[in-house]
Design a protein around this ligand. Structure first.
Ligand SMILES: *Cc1c(COP(=O)(O)O)cnc(C)c1O
Length: 395
């Protein structure tokens, strides 16, 4: 059995999105900036996609800016607030310790431009408190950016509360909603969000395409100079087939959100219940305020990379953290932010699901993971020390 359980890294494109992408590649090849009929047909498709995406987010079409994905949207959002802040002498940026690297590294880069960054810690449950964010805000704060849902541990952050307090304090609020959009309800107007990032490949759309939502009245910073595409804020001929496929994937995700959440949430709970019986294991991230598709656990005395490779041999494709930290020897910054010691954080396993998974696949995972963990523990000197009492168990 082959089980793909790494949907937080990327998802398989839906057949509907593939069909649209292929048919546009064949049939609507015009440049939306061209004045002839082929160009105007392309322009129509582009604006239809923009309207569809706007509707899914509770936004207006003119507030939707197409990007090359979540990372670009995150960078553009931060630059937007930094540029605006600079004009008012505001150079303080507030975020959390568990953001995606697209945010953390972009914030770090802003230090070279004289910005000061405060990263607010999260609780043991992987959720930031709105009160802590409020306390971090200063007179010179130009931006608060807090992710809607975490990509490693699936925790859902109190975005609505944080956005409202930012509005009261006159601070721009951005949310990296890449893991949330299409999975949990998001309404930018009702939530008072100023800037939001999303990425198509996290909801069965194509890779390399995403959106920056930018509230009317705010002009996105220009990262790419050139033509007048995207209201002059993001140059370059649009990847129309991908944009239209993204719109279709998002519409399908939003139309089916409630039923998918029930189904996928059921698969998730089956996994959590089945794997929690493994001795000296712990579920990372809040049990309730959690994406329907995320399971993240640590197993003491187990090395995460070894676990992944052995699971891969059983046909189970999972992750030990985010795709970007896998391959490096440092444990995940998110797990460390929960207060887990290095040696425990190293033994992490993330299983992220989608509606394409089945209950039978969950049963296979629940059967195989304990076998693999037993084998790894049998070979581990660390586990031996834990078992003979020369090392204390932490979990
Ligand atoms: C995947 C992801 C990104 C990056 O999106 P890309 O489209 O791959 O650039 C950013 N933030 C979060 C939370 C993500 O999960």
């Amino acid at each position: 059995m082959l089980v793909y359980a790494d949907n937080a890294a990327t998802t398989k494109m839906s057949q509907a999105a593939i069909d649209i992408e292929l048919s546009l590649m064949r049939e609507v090849f015009g440049n939306p900036s061209s004045l002839h009929s082929a160009g105007q047909r392309a322009k129509e498709v582009l604006e239809e996609a923009r309207a569809t995406i706007a509707e899914c987010l509770g936004a207006e079409p003119r507030e939707i800016y197409f990007t090359s994905g979540g990372s670009e949207a995150d960078n553009q959002a931060i630059m937007t607030a930094v540029n605006l802040g600079a004009r008012k002498g505001k150079k303080h940026l507030v975020s959390t310790a568990i953001e995606h690297h697209a945010i953390l590294h972009a914030l770090e880069a802003m230090k070279a431009r004289g910005c000061e960054v405060t990263l607010v810690p999260v609780g043991r449950n992987g959720i930031v408190s709105a009160a802590d964010i409020a306390e971090a805000i200063r007179e010179d704060t130009a931006l608060v950016t807090v992710m809607a849902a975490n990509n490693e541990i699936g925790t859902i952050q109190p975005i609505e509360e944080i956005a409202s307090l930012c509005k009261e304090r006159g601070v721009i609020f951005h949310t990296d909603a890449v893991q949330a959009v299409g999975h949990i309800p998001i309404d930018v107007k009702a939530m008072n969000v100023d800037l939001l990032s999303l990425s198509a490949h996290k909801f069965h759309g194509p890779k390399g395409v995403g959106v920056l939502y930018c509230r009317r009245g705010l002009a996105p910073a220009i990262l790419i100079e050139g033509g007048a595409q995207e209201r002059g804020r993001r140059a370059g001929t649009e990847n129309l087939p991908a944009i239209a496929a993204m719109a279709r994937a998002l519409k399908d995700a939003c139309d089916n959100m409630a039923q998918n959440a029930v189904f996928v949430g059921g698969l998730r709970d089956r996994l959590i219940d089945g794997l929690s019986v493994i001795p000296h294991s712990v579920l990372n991230g809040d049990r309730e305020k959690r994406l329907p598709n995320n399971v993240n656990m640590c197993f003491e005395g187990v090395e995460g990379e070894a676990l992944l490779l052995m699971l891969d041999r059983k046909g189970i494709e999972a992750s030990s953290g985010s795709a970007c930290t896998s391959g490096s020897l440092d444990p995940s910054h998110v797990l460390l932010a929960l207060g887990l010691p290095h040696e425990v954080a190293h033994g992490s396993l993330r299983l992220s699901l989608s509606e394409y998974n089945t209950p039978e696949e969950m049963d296979w995972i629940v059967e195989q993971v304990p076998l693999v963990i037993n084998r790894l523990r049998d070979m581990s000197p660390v586990w031996e020390g834990l078992e003979d009492g020369s090392r204390p168990h932490i979990i």
